[in-house]
Every structure is written in C-alpha cells, then in structure tokens.
Design a protein around this ligand. Structure first.
Ligand code: CTP
Length: 403
C-alpha cells in the first residue's frame, strides 16, 4: 500500500467495531474484516454466541490482528468490561450481519449479551447490515424494528435483493464486503454535493471501422470512475456516461454505456437536464472512421486507406451552452503541462480543468494532478486516484455557484 493512503484515505486510521451476529452471511464478515484492514481500518470484532458458531473467533483474530470479544465480562480487559472499553474511541459500530433476532433486540434496547450491550452503551454512530431470509425481512415485525432503529438514528445498509442461502430469491442478502466498505466510506464523507446533479464522462471511446474492428485508446476509465464514486459519496445525483471499460458501476451512480463519441455526445446532452456540473474525464477519440462498413471487411493483401472525420468536442459544446453547467475538463499531457492545460482551459472557456502528465499514472491506481481555475494552479500531491477524486470534488463544491 502506498504511504499516501496512510494519511489521506477516508477510512484510514479509523477504529471500527465490527459486530457479527448469527447468520450464514457471517462468512462474508471474515472477508469484510480483511478488506477494512487493507483500507487501514483498526477492526475490533465482537461476536454474538450465534455468530461464533458460524465463524470462529480465531478466524477474526487472525484477520483483524486484534483480540476478538464474545463475553460481557472479561478479566483481561481494563475494568473487565469490554462493553465499555471496546466502544471507547470507536468511530463507528458496524453490525454485519445483523440477524432478525439481533435487530429485534436492538430495537427493544436489550442488553443481554456483549454486542447488544456495546450498541446500547455506544457514543458513536451505529450502522447495521441486515441479513436474513426474505420472509423474515418482509415480516411486519422486522420492518417495524428497522423503522424504530432508523428513527433512533441508526443507519441501515441494504439488504440486497438476490439468491439466498435457503434457496429463495428476494430481499434479505447482506451487502457484499466491498459494498459495505464503500458504504462506510460514504458515511464518513462530507455531503458537499447534496441536492446537486453531476454528469461525467469516462473511459475511452471506440470508433467503429466495421462490426468487429475499431479505433480506441488505452484509457482505463479509473479516474472518471473514481470521480463519479466521489461525487455520489458527497451526495450528488451522479450520471456517468462511460465508454467501454472493465470497471463495475460505483455505488449510487447511474451508468450509461456508450461506444463512439457521437453516441457519448447524445447521451451527455440527454443527461444534462438539471445538471449543476459536467465533468469530462473521457479520452474521446478526436477522429472516427468517416464511413464505417456495415459488414466485416475481408483482407485483400492490398493497402487500405481509412478516411477519418473529426469528432465533436463534447466538452466544448457543453461549455458553450447558454445555460452551461459548471464545466470541468481533463488534460493528460506528455510535457509542458501548465502551458497545454491552462491553454485548453481558456480555449474551451472552462472554470476548472485538471491536468496530469501521462507518465504519472495513466492506467494505474495513483496519479499526480494539478487543478487549474480562475484563482490559479493548485498542485495535488501524488496519491491514489480515489483521493485525487475527493480533492477534485472538494474544489468543485467550493467553486459551484450557489442556488
Ligand atoms: N473532450 C471532449 N470531447 C472531445 C475531446 C475531448 O469532451 N471530442 C474533453 C475531454 O474529456 C477532456 C478535454 O476535453 O476533458 C480534453 O481536451 P482536448 O484539448 O480535446 O484534449 P485532447 O483530445 O487530449 O487534445 P490534444 O489531442 O489536442 O492534446
């Protein structure tokens, strides 16, 4: 892990108490423990008696690097009271999985084991990820209990809809570990873009030559996807118009998949209604084959000539709209970054542009970047794209016109 994540990642250095109650989804909590640990979270696991029957304390101890707690009284703990000491200094308690029984106990304010007592004695936020059979989830008693928890300020994560361990399909699956990590990250992200709508482009475009061939570039889409995820976490309604990439849709983001630049432009303009900001991260091909062939071309052994037509500049077109949203451009340059990036910002009349050197991170997970706006240039230190994205979001939120 890079040393930058140590100081800057939104979850890094946080202390999370992970409560595991009895349910088959407890096996996913082992993976969750590791995933949180990889994000630099200090994970302390508290198991209910039923939880410990699905996954042993030893497993969680090995994965978290911390002692695992099961009993209400413990001679080795300061004061012998884990229910007080364990919660002290925690940034949050996350109960995953939360069984129907555990949710009922929480709603009733019971304190009849370590985890329920921890939750009752907490002075930090409580997040709960339900996991149960769909009928148990849909039962009015469970729904009533969940509503009670929500009214008490508890955050409910999920459940997801899908296949269940019992063979049925419906709501009740625990969110996947990666989704729970993302939910925690979102929970700790300041909601700088609430009530705002952001449209983004990402990835390369693919300009067809014939039905199976085309012109494209090596954009991975990672920066655009990281930025879309950061916008969603900050509370924005987020629409991502994406060229072909091998990335999954970030949580809370509506993705529209496109191939060529013309289609990307159409989808961007369709999505722009009500948008406060447009962020163009896509590496749009500047040219496309003028006349794509409708059938698969056969080789003849002769040289062929491909006539290319210029593609529309989507960002420039959006920025030139009479009621243009706040427009942010990107520029990846091989040299003279300041000159080219600031030049592009002015040429396209953009209030903000993010520039970076191609040698610095194209396709990778880290990047350096410089933000250019009316107030000058603002270099960002080398960091993971997720962190760069968060800083860009902060700057957008700062510069967005109010009202
Ligand atoms: N852009 C766009 N539509 C295009 C081309 C670019 O929306 N047809 C956007 C990109 O998403 C990016 C910015 O414009 O935000 C890049 O500006 P541009 O000057 O077009 O960059 P390059 O295409 O890299 O220019 P050049 O090849 O001349 O360096």
């Amino acid at each position: 892990m890079s040393n930058y994540t140590r100081v800057i990642d939104g979850l890094h250095g946080r202390k999370i108490v992970l409560g595991v109650s009895g349910g088959i989804a407890a096996y996913k909590s082992a993976e969750l423990t590791r995933a949180l640990g990889n994000l630099g979270v200090d994970v302390h696991v508290a198991l209910t008696e039923a939880g410990a029957r699905f996954v042993t304390p030893l497993t969680f101890q090995a994965l978290s690097g911390n002692r695992v707690w099961t009993g209400l009284l413990d001679e080795e703990m300061e004061g012998g009271m884990p229910h007080i000491s364990l919660g002290r200094g925690a940034d949050a308690i996350l109960v995953a999985p939360a069984s129907a029984n555990f949710i009922a106990r929480l709603a009733a304010g019971l304190a009849n084991d370590l985890l329920s007592t921890l939750c009752l004695a907490r002075d930090c936020p409580l997040l709960v990820a339900p996991a149960m059979n769909r009928q148990m989830w849909e039962n009015p008693a469970t729904q009533r209990n969940v509503a009670t928890l929500q009214a008490d300020g508890v955050t409910i994560l999920g459940p997801a809809v899908g296949g269940q361990a019992c063979g049925e399909t419906g709501p009740g699956r625990m969110l996947e570990p990666v989704e729970l990590c993302e939910s925690l990250l979102a929970f700790f992200t300041p909601k700088l873009l609430v009530g705002r709508k952001v449209v983004l482009t990402a990835g390369p475009t693919f300009e067809a030559i014939d039905p199976v061939r085309g012109i494209t570039n090596s954009s991975s889409g990672k920066m655009g996807y990281a930025l879309a995820a950061a916008c969603a976490r900050a509370g924005a309604e987020t629409v991502l118009v994406s060229g072909p990439v091998a990335l999954s849709v970030p949580m809370g983001v509506r993705r529209i998949e496109v191939t060529g630049a013309l289609q990307m432009r159409d989808e961007v303009f369709a999505a722009l209604t009500g948008a406060d900001a447009f962020v163009a991260v896509a590496a749009v091909a500047d040219y496309r084959p003028a006349e794509p062939v409708a059938y698969k071309m056969k080789k003849s052994g002769e040289a062929i000539h491909l006539q290319l037509a210029p593609n529309p500049d989507i960002l420039a077109e959006v920025a030139a709209l009479p009621e243009a949203p706040f427009c942010v451009g990107f520029a990846a340059e091989s040299h003279d970054l300041d000159v080219y990036a600031e030049g592009k910002r002015r040429a396209k009349r953009l209030p903000m542009l993010v520039g970076n050197l191609v040698s610095d991170g194209l396709g990778g997970d880290e990047n350096t970047a410089v933000i250019y706006d009316e107030e000058g240039r603002h270099p960002l230190p080398r960091a993971p794209k997720t962190f760069i994205a968060r800083q860009i979001v902060e700057r957008i939120a700062h510069l967005l016109p109010t009202g």
